[in-house]
Write a protein that binds this ligand. Structure first.
Ligand code: S3P
Length: 444
């Protein structure tokens, strides 16, 4: 347990450079491992989830070495499309849902069997969304089945019997970048081409990274087509821009604390991840985004963000906008709680399937601090209504073992009128181990 008493802050000033984006980092390691060459990855984040990705590939026979003391530069010695080796023991992936779902896709196509295991929280998260389309491709996968109300769902551990796959056309029922990416990785090995149609565009890091590695990929609006059985080509070096999801906590804090100004350097400006910035601007935030056509190796847009304090007003966020800010909804709830007027976030039911049920964790915590929140349900669709209050008061709140709930509540605590006690912040290491140290440097 790592409890924290957060004291209210008065302002935030300075400049910050954050470690690399977690979603991009997983994909960089995965594609480097199945390319017949060495790839150097720079600005690699030192968080737990990315550690599990590296450990998984070491177990699959890939040599990965740190190139500096902090491990922010690594070299991956890829073995080619068919070069992975059977792991001698089950591959434990902790709480890393992205690693888990992407590896189910990748390993479904190998010439050997694998078993993927997870910690308690990830073992409660649904896997049928990736397993179902992979079975349609011919994958042989067994997982822990459970009847949930009228539905059957499947959970970790997952046992995969490697099989020859064939391309399919798959219209995704849920907007999920993890599902899309798992199918794309399986599609790299499938006979013929695989077509994926997304209901709403989700983060496109896999598509960008596959293009960088010269995979046979075609994009037409919401449709992605990938050709199987083609060796990838390493770009030799990849620089990972800073994680916009980690940056979002600082963006909201600098916006809401008076007399604040913050510069965030070299951050990922991928449009499929900029939902929070767009929403905050609509709420009245003063955020300047300066993109760079950079010399930095990679496939992702990069630039600086400057944030100045502003007064916010409530807004409506539509269901189609949710994928671009799915991970930022908890911190957006904090912003909306302190905005003037009503905010409505539509179609946020996917938050129930994250590291914890984030609709419950955030509404329970913010209500304890005086926020006015209601959940509106219409069959499976859920929306959240927040009526802004002039200030939040400190309270005893819980992280629910979830990194994004924990960091959002630290920010809520800094913005409150009195001290806030948070029960356990260990979970922050999942994505952002330096979060508290960086805050300390910037906050007054
Ligand atoms: C991710 C996709 C999103 C996101 C997660 C990372 C990815 O999950 O919430 O933190 O890297 O592909 P879903 O695909 O379940 O929406």
């Amino acid at each position: 347990m790592r409890p924290l008493l957060v004291q209210p802050a008065s302002c935030l000033k300075g400049e910050v450079r954050l470690l690399g984006d977690k979603s991009i980092a997983h994909r960089a390691v995965i594609l480097s491992a199945i390319t017949p060459d060495k790839t150097v990855i720079k600005n690699f984040p030192n968080n737990q989830d990315c550690f599990f990705t590296i450990e998984a590939f070491k177990k699959l026979g890939i040599k990965i070495i740190p190139l500096n003391k902090s491990g922010s530069a690594i070299a991956v010695f890829g073995k080619g499309l068919w070069g992975l080796k059977k792991s001698r023991s089950p591959i434990f992936l902790g709480e890393s849902g992205t690693t888990f779902r992407l590896l189910v896709g990748l390993l479904a196509a190998q010439g050997f069997s694998s078993c993927l295991t997870a910690d308690e929280s990830l073992s409660r998260r649904p896997m049928l969304r990736v397993i179902r389309p992979l079975r349609m491709m011919g994958a042989k996968i067994k997982a822990k089945g459970k009847r949930q109300k009228a539905k059957v769902e499947e959970y970790p551990p997952v046992k995969i019997e490697g099989a020859a796959l064939k391309g399919i056309t798959y219209r995704m029922p849920v907007a999920s970048a993890q599902v899309k990416s798992a199918i794309l990785l399986a599609g790299l090995y499938a006979q013929g081409s695989t077509q994926i149609i997304e209901p709403v565009k989700t983060r496109d890091h896999s598509e960008r990274m596959l293009k960088l590695f010269k995979a046979g990929l075609k994009l037409h609006q919401n449709k992605i087509v990938i050709k199987g059985n083609r060796e990838l080509v390493s770009p030799k070096m990849i620089y990972i821009p800073a994680d916009i999801s980690s940056a979002s906590f600082f963006v909201v804090l600098a916006t809401l604390l008076p007399d604040s100004r913050l510069l965030i350097k070299d951050v990922s400006l991928n449009p499929s991840r900029l939902g929070l910035i767009k929403a905050l601007k609509r709420m009245g935030a003063q955020i300047q985004v300066a993109s760079r056509t950079s010399h930095i190796a990679g496939s992702e847009p990069i630039g600086d963000i400057i944030i100045k304090s502003s007064k916010l007003k409530g807004i409506t966020v539509k269901k189609q906008e949710i994928p671009a800010l799915i991970d930022e909804l908890p911190i957006l709830m904090v912003a909306a709680s302190l905005a003037c007027g009503r905010s409505l976030f539509k179609g946020i039911e996917e938050l129930r399937a994250k590291e914890t049920d984030r609709i419950r964790s955030m509404s329970q915590n913010l209500k304890a601090m005086g926020a006015r929140i209601s959940i509106l349900r219409r069959s499976t669709r859920e929306s959240m209504e927040i009526k802004g209050v002039p200030s939040l008061s400190g309270a005893k709140v819980k992280s629910f073992g979830d990194h994004r709930t924990a960091m959002s509540m630290v920010i809520a605590g800094l913005l409150a009128q009195s001290p806030t006690f948070i029960d356990d912040l260990n979970c922050i290491n999942k994505s952002f181990p330096d979060f508290l140290a960086l805050l300390k440097k910037l906050v007054r």
